[in-house]
Design a protein around this ligand. Sequence first.
Ligand SMILES: Cc1ncc(COP(=O)(O)O)c(C=O)c1O
Length: 379
Amino acid sequence: MSAVVKAAPVTRAGAVVDLGAIERNCARLAAELEAATALCSVVKADGYGHGAVESARAALAGGARSLAVAAAIEAVELRAALPDARILVLGALTAAELDQALAADADIPVWRPSFLELVRARGEALGRRPRVHVKYDTGMGRLGERDPAVVRSLVDEADTQEQIELSGLWTHFATADEPDSGFFDQQLARFLELALPLRERIGALTLHAANSAATLREPGAHLDMVRCGIAIYGLDPFGQSPFAHRLEPALELHSYLADVKRLGAGESVGYGCSWRAAEATWIGVLPIGYGDGVRRALGNTAEILIGGRRRPLVGTVSMDNVTVDLGPDPDVEAGAAAVLIGAQEGERVLAEELAQRLETINYEITCAISPRVPREYLR
Ligand SMILES: Cc1ncc(COP(=O)(O)O)c(C=O)c1O
């Protein structure tokens, strides 16, 4: 067969993000909640690789009432595009980042008395009344205060300080994605024991704990707000099929057959000659590699959709290229569309499948798609 490029694609590699899917996933999650419980959409890490601003807009259209990010610069990016959105920062802030977050009118996480004092002072200096969310570490062992007595006194301190608005009290689960986790139940019980009496006493205090997995598995963890990330993108927080939870994957990762060539029996492809043709075959070359976020560990393990069929990725993943085995009698030609994540003619590769092959989680698969890959948005 000839290696003629029939219809040149627009880009060597690209991600297509269906914003309608994000909107519908948010509506589906919001429908799970009591009317008094708000959906906060987590759009950190550039919306888990989907694009922060576009994902945030779609999430708000789908019923999310607020947004969450990890870093001050992410809050700044969102604020520039969404002047009226409520934005919560989840991560640790340096003094300089605190100023950025306050200038972006974001809600601020606190768990140390000294940081609460800094928030008060910087708010005063910047002419703002910071909204704070006190973080209780109920077992994650990361950010947050572990001692319930200190959490109570922080809440009281923030509540009585005129220059500060006490907005929330929150925690984060370590094992919500493990269906029978007793540790999840312990964390929830610990949080409720401290948080419910405080809300009873204080009144307007938003309690929040649930990520996507907790939202889907335990209505008792919904409280006043849930913070959903992975599920809004149509990815399964339990690492299985998103369709089992009526979630629609929003992102597809595409490339194309840039070249097709014949290899004789025993000949190799790629760095390290890690794959050799057992018999004469045709090799397809796709201009996408680990520089685009296709992990090198997928060499000789993944399958890529071309011509509506799964084709084995053979050889080592390079920075800019991967190779597939098209077999001795290929039914596709150079120029054919290739799908690394997504569907083609009824066949589908999920981000969850790639995660399982790599012994990682779907979060890492979409977050890894690099800025070199242009995102195209379907509205
Ligand atoms: C504090 C916090 N809340 C909520 C989320 C959202 O979690 P998920 O993407 O599993 O819904 C994250 C994500 O890592 C997080 O760090």
